[in-house]
Design a protein around this ligand. Structure first.
Ligand code: NAI
Length: 328
């Protein structure tokens, strides 16, 4: 057994928080040998609800859970954080313009980034789940000049997992036999799920992609619009699957991705594949247990290029908007 890892979760009284915290308590984030200390951050109005969640965590008597603290102060909640899961965000209200949404989230992710900069552990790793995740991660990273940019990531693992399931079903293979899928760009409807480098059972993904009707009219929009389809079906947004994806992301970051496979994550671009430097964009990535690296040497054909560029253009627009607001 190692010493406890401090995991800070924001938006802890929310829906994803409720699906996430008990799995963390059960040891699914960092494995069965690593005790976890949880710090929950909420807004003042939701602190009481978060305390109720903390009571339930107590009542699970998780052997690996070394304590739970609740706070409404980022500087308390991120103190000593090794892992920071930024789930709480400002949702888009009725009639809210994009600039208003970005500004409201700037008011959350700016101060949280500064607190992470000042009080988190030196090895802190950050996953932003709250939407717009890529740009919120950019704001947080920009507010934390002393933390390497590469420690700030945005979640596209849910999109990745959605794509895995769609492909497995289409090909009639178990999901474990689908490898090397890639999500590119923004965690939004403009994202590009890329099948061309995948291995699907004993077939190359390009085999499946050869059915362009299915690829463009079914696969890509089904993955990209899955969030809306879940809301339509359940009357609530993806929660357990989002929590599951957050766990997958952090677990792979620490444990490393399996040999011969990769996953997808929004990471700080250093210009790979023509994605402008300093955007938090989704890429095919591997982890060595410490750092994410973009998978190198993939050939991008014009079909993919066009779609990657479109999603990256959206990220650039979001960056322009938050720059105009002085948030990055
Ligand atoms: P929710 O509304 O149930 O919970 C959000 C919680 O965050 C609330 O309890 C709220 O009080 C809290 N919060 C708001 N501002 C905060 C702040 N400044 N500090 C700490 N906590 C704060 O929402 P839910 O369903 O849990 O979703 C959370 C976020 O995750 C949303 O932004 C949603 O769009 C996003 N999301 C992202 C996905 C992805 O794939 N990246 C997938 C699904 C959801």
């Amino acid at each position: 057994t190692t010493s406890p890892v401090t995991v800070t979760v924001t938006g802890a009284a929310g829906q994803i928080g409720y699906a996430l915290l008990f799995r963390i308590g059960a040891g699914q984030l960092l494995g069965p040998d690593t005790p976890v200390r949880l710090r929950l951050l909420e807004i003042p109005q939701a602190v009481q609800a978060a305390e109720g969640v903390a009571m339930e965590l107590d009542d699970c008597a998780f052997p690996l859970l070394d304590g739970v603290d609740v706070s409404d102060d980022p500087r308390t909640a991120f103190d000593g954080a090794n892992v920071a899961l930024l789930v709480g965000a400002r949702p888009r209200g009725k009639g809210m313009e994009r600039a208003d949404l970005l500004e409201a989230n700037g008011g959350i992710f700016g101060p949280q980034g500064r607190a992470i900069n000042d009080v988190a552990a030196d090895d802190v790793r950050v996953l932003v789940v709250g939407n717009p995740a890529n740009t919120n991660a950019l704001i947080a990273a920009s507010s934390a000049p002393d933390v390497p940019r590469s420690r700030f990531t945005a979640m596209t693992r849910l999109d990745h997992n959605r794509a895995l399931s769609q492909v497995a079903r289409r090909a009639g293979v178990p999901v474990a036999q689908v490898r090397r899928l890639s999500i590119w760009g923004n965690h939004s409807a403009s994202q590009y799920p890329d099948l061309f480098h995948a291995q699907v059972g004993d077939r190359p993904g390009s085999d499946l992609a050869a059915d362009r009707g299915w690829l463009t009219d079914d696969f890509i929009p089904t993955v990209a619009k899955r969030g809306a389809a879940i809301i339509e079906a359940r009357g609530a947004s993806s929660q357990a699957s989002a929590a599951n994806a957050a766990i997958d992301h952090v677990r792979d970051w620490y444990a490393g991705t399996p040999e011969g496979d990769w996953t997808s994550a929004g990471i700080w671009s250093t210009g790979e594949y023509g994605v402008p430097e300093g955007l938090i964009s989704s890429f095919p990535v591997t982890s060595d247990g410490r750092d994410w690296s973009v998978v190198e040497g993939l050939e991008i054909d014009p079909f993919s290029r066009e779609r990657i560029d479109a999603s990256v253009a959206e990220l650039l627009e979001e960056r322009e908007a938050v720059r105009a607001l002085g948030l990055v």
